[in-house]
Design a protein around this ligand. Structure first.
Ligand code: DHB
Ligand code: MG
Length: 210
């Protein structure tokens, strides 16, 4: 064996068992409606990383229907806060209903707008940032969150494998793929971070601010 197989990845995923409650409902509804939410393996990783870093204040770029925020919120202490940015009100209204149902709505604030415009208006410091919105804007999001994250704080980024398109395992040369490749090259060498990319889910960037 010289490579991880899909069987290995499935084995690790299935150790957790089926999702329950609001998580299962959100997962099923997003799949049925083709809403791009993080995989449950990323969800588990987010939850553990929020706990491992003892994060209390989190900024999220890209709310969608609130699935990743729910994973992170369940790892926060009661006084913790997630500020999550997304311009799509129909999705964030729906997110709020899920968060209420899960009992974590009081820990999550939505900023309705475009992240590149809203990030400069936010007041830090944040302990952790999670980037998961428009792939062509990832580099801009990183510039937007870095001043808000405290030294020693963590930046997480979804979709850095981009379903095989980043490595070329799946041939593609569209703008989003080129943007992710360029982002990855810069991210792992960014002098402001100690950063790497984990092969969890669709590729999870993790950087700690120096
Ligand atoms: C897409 C975006 C995501 O953030 C994701 O996790 C999966 C897919 C997309 O735009 O296709
Ligand atoms: Mg994503």
């Amino acid at each position: 064996m010289d490579a991880i197989t899909l069987q290995d990845l499935r084995y690790l995923d299935e150790l957790h068992g089926d999702l329950a409650g609001v998580f299962a409902k959100m997962d099923a509804e997003a799949a049925a409606e083709n809403i791009p939410i993080v995989s449950s393996s990323i969800g588990h990783a987010l939850r553990v990383l929020v706990r491992a870093t003892a994060a209390r204040r989190i900024v999220e770029v890209g709310t969608a229907t609130g699935y990743s925020a729910l994973w992170m919120a369940t790892a926060l202490p009661a006084e913790g806060l997630i500020v999550t940015i997304d311009p799509d009100r129909s999705r964030t209204d729906r997110a709020r209903a899920y968060w209420r149902e899960a009992g974590v709505a009081d820990r999550i604030e939505v900023v309705s707008g475009k992240a590149l415009e809203e990030l400069p208006k936010l007041r830090g410091p944040f302990d952790l940032a999670f980037i998961d919105a428009l792939k062509s804007e990832y580099a801009g999001y990183l510039e937007g969150v870095l001043p808000l994250v405290r030294p020693g704080g963590t930046v997480l980024v979804d979709n850095l494998l981009w379903d095989g398109r980043a490595s070329g395992a799946v041939p593609a040369d569209d703008a989003d793929t080129l943007a992710i490749r360029e982002f990855n090259r810069r991210f792992v060498k960014d002098p402001r971070l100690d950063a790497t990319i984990l092969s969890v889910g669709d590729g999870l960037g993790i950087g700690v601010k120096r």
